[in-house]
Design a protein around this ligand. Sequence first.
Ligand SMILES: Cc1ncc(COP(=O)(O)O)c(C=O)c1O
Length: 416
Amino acid sequence: MGSINTTDDGSRFVLTAEALNKALPTMHPTTRAIHADDFVTPHRAIAPGMHTAVNFRYARDPEHLVPEENKDPNAPDDSHVYSRYTAPNSKRLEVLLRSLMGGEVITYSTGLSAFHAMVILLNPKKIFIGDGYHGCHGVIDIIQRLSGVQKLELTDIDQAGPGDIIHVETPLNPTGEARNLAYYRAKATKKGAYLTVDATFAPPPLQNPLDLGADIVMHSGTKYVGGHSDMLCGLLVISTKGVEKGWMKTLHTDRQYIGSVMGSFEGWLGIRSARTMQLRVMRQAETAQKLAAWLQDQSKDQSSPVGKVISRVQHASLQADDLKDGWLQKQMPGGFGPVFSIWAHNLDHARRLPSRMYVFQHATSLGGVESLMEWRAMSDASCDNRLLRISCGIEEFEDLKADILQRVESLVREFP
Ligand SMILES: Cc1ncc(COP(=O)(O)O)c(C=O)c1O
């Protein structure tokens, strides 16, 4: 008691940002999620302050005036001029996410504005993209009007050339099925193309596409970074190679002019949420795997209530051949993602089931703490109209299972 820590040379110990940053890589991600941003602000409040300021006063000492810079000597990361360039809450979230995502991170107002920024940065002649979130296709269609970029299928990648984009969403929206990134990396390397990955459905600790050679990873942070269905956010995670090519600088300049910055309130919510991302995502993924396995088992028995309503289940954890092959566990060492899909035998049941659930909410989006079951035809016209997308929240597995069982029983009674 009362002793003062000393350093090896006997001088008094004071913890510095430099010392913490050196120690962070040795810490578990759950610890980093709480402490990676400890030194971003000079303020000593344990919980982050919410800064709504658009404008920041320059240094009072004219000797310290540096054009386009506004560094606080006590917190060099907390340097801001105008919030369309950078802002305290979003910068702090970027520092925190950098520690969790394994690469430099830049945030955007939405997942789609992150995707848009990525396509502008790489400026390809061709983009190869498969099924998946329809909004990314919408962004490419807009860019096509301006630049003539060609949109092709992932099955056409043999036509890729240097500088083109091979964009892989994995796991896939809405089925939760995983695609083999090593396969696409090899193809991209052969053709001199970029591999970009939409990893929204499996954030850390489930997978890290940078480890498998992705050039850029994008996320709709609206989903698992936010995790509480109350903020819009997008992010890009840049590989070391990309950072060396100066991509972070270009992305920051582009964001500054396009103005696709995340709001300060969202930055503040994002810090609060990212602290628990690992805990939430692990539990959500575990629940999804158990629920998908149970539903698949039940659906095989056509005389069971579930089997009378549900014909098919799809989720990465059910890709038996890929699990046997081994690439899937390598790609997703932390688990298989909290989203999967089920197919009803008929349209009438698909349309009616989500509305009668008690625990599952009938809504779009996903990634929140609450479980959702969406009749996907509500938001994606291209989707099979018997498909129901399930996003697992953090409720108790037994309650989710009971909810499905009781509601399919009542559905079959009313609409045999
Ligand atoms: C896989 C995927 N990517 C991108 C997006 C777009 O994200 P946002 O809604 O934050 O723009 C979504 C949204 O649902 C998504 O599911």
